[in-house]
Design a binder for this molecule. Structure first.
Ligand code: THU
Length: 130
């Protein structure tokens, strides 16, 4: 883990923009995610909640699904933006991100009010693989 660099901060700003479009009538906790593909394309999404709470889709997984639908399969970076001092990706999202991660993919998010960057291997050691 290290402080986010300028490129990761710029990606985080795109996640903040996507956060504005989150659908969060139940939690009022908007999250935005911005994924950067190996070609440099950026795909964003916010979390999408549901009256049946368990059907909620996190911002990170929404972004992965959107990106794959648009033809992207490998990602070198993701940034996550929320409205709290710490917005780490949940365990389910870590596993889904790992599925499409290039080795060393970076994951940037606020931790105790500081924008930090982990690698996917740091944040999810021993991820499930078939
Ligand atoms: N949420 C995300 O979008 N990403 C995460 O990694 C954790 C949680 C969302 C789900 C729900 O809409 C809200 O945050 C509160 O849990």
């Amino acid at each position: 883990m290290r402080p986010a660099d300028d490129h990761e901060r710029a990606l985080h700003r795109q996640a903040e923009e996507a956060r504005q479009r989150a659908y969060v009538p139940y939690s009022d906790f908007p999250v935005g995610a911005a994924l950067e593909s190996e070609e440099g394309a950026v795909v964003t999404a916010g979390n999408v909640e549901n009256a049946s709470y368990g059907l909620t889709i996190c911002a990170e997984r929404s972004a992965v699904v959107r990106a794959v639908a648009e033809g992207h399969r490998r990602f070198r970076a993701v940034a996550v933006a929320g409205v709290a001092a710490s917005v780490p990706p949940c365990g389910a999202c870590r596993q889904v991100l790992a599925e499409f991660a290039l080795p060393g993919m970076t994951i940037t998010f606020p931790e105790d009010g500081v924008l930090v960057t982990y690698t996917v291997e740091e944040i999810l050691p021993a991820s499930f693989r078939l």
